[in-house]
Design a protein around this ligand. Structure first.
Ligand SMILES: Nc1ncnc2c1ncn2[C@@H]1O[C@H](COP(=O)(O)OP(=O)(O)OP(=O)(O)O)[C@@H](O)[C@H]1O
Ligand SMILES: [Mg+2]
Length: 233
């Protein structure tokens, strides 16, 4: 992937038979290797935006070009395939397989990867070696969040979608994980789109996009700050 272009993307839900725009006329371009951070209040459309760009959900109108292919026009099968091969997710609510172990969950991620990442090493990176054989339902929220991070990274995706990836972590572990994400971006040129409520975390981006009520209210290039130096609000 060299670039992703969104053109007039809208997402409409019908609520009590009236249209509600979760996203309205969003246009912007994402370049390979960028870290884009997305800030905005609850309900402003951040998760909806990630779901559309990643191919988890479909636009109501508009186009999303991955290089020159409009994924909005893909069949369900093409879209599933696209998502499997290209997108890694760190979900806001983890979405782990509760009855599989930590290691099994991460292996699920690595299954489709082209060049395999060392899963044992990855478990060490997120500091879960002690818990590798536990089932996910036996873990704390912060531990589950780290499993979900390792699973997404194990896939070695072209684009990593991170929805509040550190919201269940304390400052020390949060910064540690952000450093790993930045390191992956540097090593593999992985494009990262990261949603956060925390203006300090947004500073790790090359670009900061602010959203409100389904619209982009600002989109500014930014000199990235190393996670170690950010203020943890
Ligand atoms: N399936 C759905 N049906 C109807 N409305 C929806 C649906 N999914 C999301 N919405 C609405 O769309 C708007 C945007 O939701 P979204 O989840 O993208 O917000 P968000 O910015 O991620 O918020 P948060 O910071 O709380 O996670 C919200 O008003 C939400 O209620
Ligand atoms: Mg959200």
């Amino acid at each position: 992937m060299e670039e992703i272009i969104l053109k007039k993307v809208s997402k409409i839900y019908r609520i009590e038979n009236k249209p509600f725009y979760a996203l309205y006329d969003i246009s912007f371009t994402i370049k390979k290797g960028e870290i884009i951070t997305v800030l905005g209040p609850s309900g402003s459309g951040k998760t909806t935006l990630l779901n559309l760009i990643s191919g988890l959900d479909r636009v109501s109108s508009g186009a999303i070009y991955y290089d020159n292919k409009n994924i909005a026009k893909y069949s369900d099968r093409q879209l599933t395939n696209h998502r499997r091969l290209k997108s890694g997710f760190i979900f806001q609510n983890y979405n782990l397989l509760e009855h599989l172990t930590v290691k099994e969950n991460i292996l699920v991620g690595s299954y489709v990867a082209q060049n395999k990442i060392d899963v044992t090493e990855l478990i060490k990176v997120v500091d879960l070696t002690k818990h590798a054989k536990k089932s996910v339902y036996q873990l704390s929220g912060g531990e589950q969040q780290r499993v979900s991070i390792a699973r997404a990274v194990a896939k070695n995706p072209e684009v990593l979608f991170c929805d509040e990836p550190t919201c269940a972590l304390d400052e020390e572990m949060g910064k540690h994980v952000l450093e790993k994400l930045v390191a992956i971006n540097k090593q593999m040129a992985t494009t990262i789109i990261l949603v956060t409520h925390n203006p300090g975390i947004a500073e790790i981006g090359d670009r900061i996009i602010k959203m409100n009520s389904g619209k982009i209210i600002s989109d500014k290039t930014h000199k990235r700050k190393p996670p170690k130096e950010i203020e943890w609000a």
